[in-house]
Design a protein around this ligand. Structure first.
Ligand code: B12
Length: 263
């Protein structure tokens, strides 16, 4: 199909059908919704009716995409294996599903030369209706004085057991009234629970409890928790110990049995 023939509904369905089996969720939105809430230095340089899609990973991504990826690909040493897996999954889907179509992909960990993130993942998730972005400004008379408090997105079904992985922009696809903005479910409505959420996320994020601020259908498996609790520099050794990467040896295994668990 020629690039200009694609419609938003077809793109959403194609991405959904290809990425859902990998434990990923997709949410379309218009660039204008994103730019409307951000200061100009964070704006994305596209017309406001341009189609964008934010991609989330759910708990099952680890077993559905990551461990199969490790078993069938050789990971390159320098970048994080999860990032390699997500990049591989999304770029394969885009190349195979949208040949000839311009699709600009940005990942959550990518920075611009001015050291700002390529896109603000939480704002994208909020404006797309995927997960409410709770910020300090959502709490009246907050108790934190001059302290910097980071905001956190909560998904109506997954609570905090997800990550926001990528932004896809389709510069050649303008969207009209067929895409209407829907607010994300406000699943942490009370002032007390919002204070509790932001305190857990900012002061105790390593204990995972901010992720359970609402009841959830799924959470990370024990293996996934162990993986993410391991400092990034020690994760390759852990994967080797689990047999997912070649070159495992008893010395590496011994070194990592007592490894720090800091998240
Ligand atoms: C840099 C970064 C960090 C830094 C700084 C955090 C920060 N928020 O600035 C550090 C290293 C501290 C950090 C830590 C963590 N991070 Co971090 N981090 C990021 C990263 C890469 C960029 C965030 C950023 O720089 N934002 C810039 C600031 C200026 O944005 P902002 O505060 O949202 O301000 C904008 C909004 O307020 C907006 N705005 C204004 N009005 C309104 C109104 C509405 C309605 C809306 C929607 C927006 C809006 O305008 C402002 C800009 O103009 C994002 C991924 C990404 N690409 O976005 C992950 C991300 C925020 N981190 C994440 C996580 C999970 C963590 C950690 C728990 C560690 C981890 N990875 O497990 C810890 C927890 C925080 C802590 N207690 O330390 C997740 C959060 C997921 C979620 N559910 O929300 C993200 C999204 C990564 C991901 N892949 O999912 N992180």
């Amino acid at each position: 199909m020629a690039g200009s023939c694609w419609h938003m509904e077809d793109i959403e369905k194609t991405l959904h059908d290809s990425l859902t089996p990998l434990g990923l969720e997709v949410y379309p939105f218009k660039i204008g919704w994103y730019n409307a809430v951000l200061s100009p230095s964070f704006h994305l340089p596209y017309p406001e009716d341009t189609l964008a899609v934010v991609v989330l990973s759910t708990p099952s991504m680890f077993e559905r995409a990551f461990t199969p990826f490790l078993e069938s690909h050789s990971c390159e040493g320098v970048t994080d294996p999860i990032d390699q897996c997500i990049r591989h999954s999304i770029s394969t889907c885009v190349t195979q599903s949208f040949p000839g179509q311009e699709v600009n992909i940005s990942y959550d960990y990518e920075m611009l030369p001015n050291r700002k993130p390529k896109f603000l993942a939480q704002t994208a998730a909020h404006v797309a209706g995927a997960a409410y972005y709770y910020q300090r400004t959502d709490v009246m008379d907050d108790p934190w004085g001059g302290k910097k408090m980071f905001g956190v997105c909560i998904h109506p079904k997954l609570g905090g057991w997800f990550a926001i992985r990528a932004l896809l922009v389709f510069p050649g696809v303008a969207v009209g009234a067929e895409l209407q903005q829907r607010p994300p479910p406000d699943c942490v409505p009370s002032q007390e629970s919002r204070v509790e959420l932001l305190e857990r996320f900012n002061f105790r994020w390593q204990d995972w409890t901010y992720r359970d601020i609402v009841p959830t259908a799924e959470c990370y498996s024990q293996q996934q928790k162990t993986y993410f609790s391991t400092p990034p520099g020690q994760r390759a050794a852990l994967l080797r110990q689990w047999g997912f990467l070649p070159g495992g040896d008893t010395q590496t295994q011994k070194q990592n049995q007592g490894g720090d668990i800091v998240g």
